[in-house]
Design a protein around this ligand. Sequence first.
Ligand SMILES: [Zn+2]
Length: 171
Amino acid sequence: MVKWYEQGVCPNNKWEIFNGSKLQLIVRGPRKMRIAEFIWNKISQPRHRFIIWLAVQGRLLTKDRLRRMTISMDNTSCSLCDAQIVETQKHLFSNCVWTRGIITEMSQWSGMLIPTGDVKQVLEKIKRENWKQLKKEITAALWASVVYHVWQARNWKLYRGAKMTIGTTVT
Ligand SMILES: [Zn+2]
């Protein structure tokens, strides 16, 4: 921490190099780190934790990432909806109408409000909510399960070409 302060640079190269005041560095650095407790929380299933951890780092192999890796594809559109929008991680987990439907159903079923945003923003918003720690962990675990099952559904549809509707059970 002292080293970051002196150098004005976060040690993880995925983090922004922060040119603002040193005070802001201190405030912003740890806030980013603290969502780790919601990724690796005790409630989430290990496979859910692993997928959300990859998603937070932007490491899931979405079609836009595959294309940037010069892997040719017939179609780069989202596999889960009919919007003909390029499948980015942000679309898949935040904007996709299919995913929004899953989030709404999950919120209604659990009675827990899952915040909106990309994978990381949702965890950051849960962190900032004025909730008891257990409620934060349950909500984070719900979000991890949404991310996991959306990713499973996307893979299932992409590789098996199956038509999916909201309510389809994904195993
Ligand atoms: Zn979509």
